[in-house]
Design a protein around this ligand. Sequence first.
Ligand SMILES: [Zn+2]
Length: 266
Amino acid sequence: MKKIILLIIVFSCGFMFAQGGKNDPLFVVDTENSDKDTIIKMIYASYTFDKNDITMDIATETIKYCEEAIVEICNYFNLDEKQYHNVFRYYLLGPSNGLASWECDGEITIYNVPDRKSSYYHETVHGVLGDSSNLWLMEGIADYLDDINTKYPLNIKGGRALDEISKSYILKGDKYRNSFPLIFDEKESIDDATELTVQSFYLYSASFVCYLLKIMSPQEFLEVYRSTDYKSDLKRITGHSFKNLKYRWLKSIGLSIYQILVYKLL
Ligand SMILES: [Zn+2]
């Protein structure tokens, strides 16, 4: 009986989210429906038939990655899977100009690109943790966990390469440093940023998050992530002001006091 109810939910949801009749649910990986205050965890894949080269094998492999990522991320933060309030829907689409995207309702679109595994991981972190009031916290933790768990080719070495590349970027020139205010003061929207700014913004955010996770537990990080005043919470947890933390991070990736001051990184 329970299975029949689940199937009805699954198929009606699949129908609701289908777009223009072209997306049919491919298969359902996992559905969990608890009592009233319910979180339904649902993962299914659908694909557009007219513009992709996604095969059943690719879909199966990707959904397997997704399932593993959710478990890993929940374990890392010590979250009970039943407590995170997201409904996951994965759409697998053909080639596009993006790698993956995540919408605030938990819909994740993953395109068929070679580094699919890395993209899905990044978006799944967003899906599990939900919104933060700060973009650098969101993108930093997503890229950092992606880095340590999928060994994304650019960022192997469990976070250390993030630091090395961040340092080399900072030393490269002004345009490589113009994402600093974006990260830490949130003066501008990232929407208008150049590709280089976006790329360096993700990189610096991930390296800074990597540093923070050396001095606080994942659970404490999550408190900061969910805080409406992250600077005070960082101070309470680490004993350091935000500016001091930035300084310590920059020193930890190998920059000198002179470089930090001359490039106005604080
Ligand atoms: Zn992201």
